[in-house]
Ligand binder design. Structure first.
Ligand SMILES: *Cc1c(COP(=O)(O)O)cnc(C)c1O
Length: 536
């Protein structure tokens, strides 16, 4: 088994701080404070109620709010839903227009899309290339019909920080409500709802070393932001969000906020230094690009695109190292699909670079030693992939990356050939025969180079830019060729698929290999014929 992966995905979620876990434990079991906070008739309930109210103050205090302005939710997704749909329903008579950005989290994007289907008009503002929105662009988007502006404080993919204080001045002036998704900001940097003049603000506990499944929505009292509840029943949380309060989750979130309040300033400084060290190390490689703003950002996030490597191969390589790296491509929510990040594309990154991007996110337990290991691993892997690419001419010599024996997403055969491809150095020999293929609709480019002597292939090598399966197919091809004569090259796509245990969606890699085989066989026969003519 591979060693446990090195965790660099703090923006996806954080572990629960031990102090938080300990506090949560006290509110669960028969000998603990398990009462329902709504059962005020007995001490069980009253103790739980008091704990919930203390936590409410801890959350409020971290963002400069009053306790009575905090509504418990199940997380920032629900907070975003409640804020946006709640405002839409409460203010529809005033207008049916909202303004947001193209780079928002899915839990804002999808809610706004839903409202569009309900007849709302949504203005989707594009960011500047550094990910920020200009206040002028925003000002121009607000009209008589606008009831809400919803913007995130810190972007979850790039770490880019918006100037919400200026935006808050503008929305207040124009009499429009401002909702801020602050899930990536709270607990990482000072957040103050008064300074930012925000009316609604979403927080999630599991992004700041609290438990998953609990969050909060700040709802301003003066001037009051009205919301229509989205969950009915029981009238908890002043009618805004019904449901028995999860005491243990809530006290956990409260404790996480208390710790953040205390630790934040020093912690952010330490993490920022590590993040900058990481960028310094990675940018020693040629043609790497930082996505987002290098001056307006949160401490723990670094998003980088690597030219000349395929995104899938890069990610498989990083997660398949002998000491794997746990990180995200784009955001956790879109990682399952093969699309490149909509956030990076909105910043103007072309598809291939957006696809070959990595989000490193650092946190409370990241060490300098880890950062240094990450730099070495990434440099080694990127160099190895670039060495195998037909397009990459620049210097990328170096050691072979230390790969693990298996990868959960690939067949053993694909993984074995892929790691073999990474380990091989491109040969310096002149090849007699070079054939190349591009498959329409696929990003992959494959080049097969071989030498023929005495009617047989004596060396062969594939250079591939593409996914893991295409690199594996290349390595398989080269191996298959050696020792055979051009007439012996007879293999079907199905046989290649079978040999590599290729996933059906990767059939095009086998097709490409078969194509190249046909081409090199024809070219080789011509060469052999020509050689025989010369000889006779
Ligand atoms: C994580 C995150 C969310 C969703 O929060 P959950 O508590 O997981 O529902 C929303 N917005 C941003 C910016 C986030 O990073």
């Amino acid at each position: 088994m591979a060693e446990r992966a090195l965790y660099l995905d703090y923006a996806a979620t954080t572990p629960v701080d031990a102090r938080v876990a300990e506090r949560m434990r006290a509110f669960l079991s028969p000998d603990g404070e398990f009462g329902n906070p709504a059962s005020m008739q007995h001490a069980y309930g009253r103790v739980a109620h008091d704990a919930v109210e203390k936590a409410r103050e801890q959350v409020a205090s971290l963002i400069g709010a009053e306790a009575a302005e905090i509504v418990w939710t199940s997380g920032a997704t629900e907070s975003n839903n409640l804020a946006i749909k709640g405002v839409a329903e409460a203010y529809a008579d005033r207008g049916r227009h909202m303004v947001t950005m193209k780079t928002e989290h899915k839990s804002v994007v999808d809610v706004c899309r839903y409202l569009e289907q309900q007849g709302w008009r949504i203005t989707w503002l594009p960011p500047q290339p550094d990910g920020r929105i200009s206040t002028e662009t925003l000002a121009a988007a607000i009209n008589e019909e606008t009831v809400l502006v919803s913007l995130m404080l810190v972007n979850n993919e790039t770490g880019v920080l918006q100037d919400i204080a200026s935006i808050g001045r503008l929305t207040r002036e124009r009499g429009v409500l401002l909702h801020v998704d602050a899930a990536q900001a709270v607990g990482k940097m000072p957040v103050d709802v008064e300074h930012m003049q925000t009316d609604l603000l979403s927080v999630s506990a599991h992004k700041l070393y609290g438990p998953k499944g609990i969050g909060a929505l700040y709802v301003r009292r003066r001037p009051r932001a009205r919301l229509m509840p989205q969950i009915h029943g029981g009238g908890h949380e002043r009618g805004m969000r019904s449901g028995t309060l999860p005491t243990h989750q809530i006290v956990g979130m409260g404790e996480a906020c208390r710790i953040a309040d205390e630790a934040m300033a020093k912690e952010a400084e330490r993490i920022r230094a590590l993040r900058d060290r990481l960028w310094q190390g990675l940018s020693e490689l040629p043609e790497v690009y930082r996505n987002g703003s290098d001056s307006h950002n949160v401490a723990g996030i670094l998003n980088v695109s690597f030219a000349g490597v395929d995104g899938e191969a890069l990610h498989a390589g990083l997660s398949g190292l002998a000491v794997p790296l746990a990180l995200s491509s784009g955001s956790a929510c879109t990682a399952a699909s093969q699309e490149s990040s909509y956030v990076l594309r909105a910043l103007g990154r072309e598809d291939e670079l957006a696809y070959a991007s990595v989000r490193f996110s650092l946190g409370r337990w990241t060490t300098q030693d880890e950062v240094d290991r990450v730099i070495t691993s990434v440099q080694t892997l990127v160099n190895a992939l670039r060495r195998r690419s037909p397009a990459w001419q620049k210097d990328c010599a170096g050691p072979a990356p230390g790969m693990g024996d298996e990868h959960p997403q690939y067949s053993d055969a694909v993984w074995r050939y892929f790691t073999r491809a990474l380990a091989a150095d491109p040969s310096e020999d002149e090849a007699d025969l070079v054939v190349a293929s591009d498959t329409p609709g696929s990003r992959a480019r494959m080049q097969l180079r071989a030498r023929i002597e005495g009617g047989k292939f004596v060396s062969a090598e594939a250079r591939v830019y593409g996914c893991v399966s295409s690199l594996a197919a290349g390595a398989w091809l080269a191996e298959y060729l050696i020792g055979k004569s051009p007439e012996q090259l007879q293999v079907t796509t199905a046989e290649i698929e079978q040999d590599l245990q290729l996933a059906p969606v990767k059939r095009h890699c086998a097709l490409m290999a078969e194509d190249l085989l046909g081409m090199i066989s024809r070219q080789a026969r011509l060469t052999v014929d020509a050689a025989e003519k010369v000889a006779s």
